[in-house]
Design a protein around this ligand. Structure first.
Ligand SMILES: Nc1ncnc2c1ncn2[C@@H]1O[C@H](COP(=O)(O)OP(=O)(O)OP(=O)(O)O)[C@@H](O)[C@H]1O
Length: 256
């Protein structure tokens, strides 16, 4: 364990206490998060659902140390990160968190292998170990035969797998994924969700995934519903949705 935390995993990996994030645009205040309380434990696979603008990305950014809350606390392994210096925060981001963004962020000129390897170079993993870990991660996501291909030579699902391999490379405690299936067709989306499930179970990594995807419920341990920056119950969330956004909308209309 790094100097960032140096603690055990018995409590929650991450916890928030009355977390607020208010953006300021001129004299306007936009409360993106309004008092979030949550606890996430090791090897949990959690979906964060909510409409566009409900605060999902803001929450992921606060947990990953990419954004600073306006008030309230983010605790990582029991430590409040507002008290960390820049080095400790960087340490958390680099060594303990894996990020998967919808845009993937793969470098087009680099092969799948090089995209993953670059991440390990950036955190200072040396020679043979870097090669071993790169191959291991690509094999884990089923891309052993595709390592030398560049992103444009891969399908959308395969590109997403490269992004997953890259997020796993630093052996993170926590993977934060923002709309990881948003650009994929439903079959490929399902395959990626199955892969996530396997990774959570086998690597004991924790995963929090922001999504609109109705397929996720059967794959995750828990669904958190975000509405206007607050966590609400499933019933409150469903009541807010327009009829064509609920599952019941897919049921046939009344039988004549
Ligand atoms: N940098 C910013 N400056 C001002 N307002 C912002 C900023 N980032 C986000 N917001 C606002 O905060 C609210 C939450 O945005 P956020 O991106 O977290 O939502 P989201 O649920 O991730 O949406 P989507 O599903 O569309 O990605 C929105 O009202 C958004 O306009």
């Amino acid at each position: 364990m790094s100097e960032t935390n140096g603690t055990t995993n018995s409590g929650p990996i991450i916890e928030t206490v009355d977390l607020w994030r208010i953006y300021r645009l001129g004299d306007q205040e936009i409360p993106a998060l309004r008092g979030i309380n949550l606890r996430i434990y090791e090897a949990e696979f959690i979906a964060l659902k909510g409409r566009s603008g409900s605060g999902k990305t803001t929450l992921l950014n606060c947990l990953g140390g990419l954004d600073k809350p306006t008030r309230g606390e983010v605790r990582i392994f029991g430590q409040e990160i507002a008290k960390w210096n820049e080095r400790q925060l960087t340490n958390w981001r680099r060594h303990q968190v894996g990020f998967i963004f919808q845009s993937l962020g793969l470098l087009p000129a680099l092969s799948a292998y090089e995209n993953v390897e670059l991440m390990l170079r950036m955190i200072g993993v040396k020679g043979k170990e870097r090669h071993r870990r790169t191959v291991e991660c690509l094999e884990l996501v089923g891309l052993g035969k595709w390592m030398d291909h560049r992103p444009y030579e891969l399908s959308g699902g395969q590109q997403q797998r490269v992004a997953v391999a890259r997020a796993l490379a630093n052996r993170p405690s926590l993977i934060l994924a923002d709309e990881p299936t948003g650009e994929l067709d439903s079959k490929t989306g399902r395959e990626i969700l199955t892969l996530f499930r396997t990774i959570v179970r086998e690597q004991k990594v924790t995963m929090l995934m922001a999504t609109h995807d109705s397929l996720v419920d059967e794959h995750v341990d828990k669904v958190l519903h975000l509405r206007d920056g607050q966590i609400v119950t499933q019933a409150e969330y469903d009541a807010e949705l327009a009829p064509d956004e609920t599952d019941s909308a897919q049921q046939p209309a009344a039988v004549p």
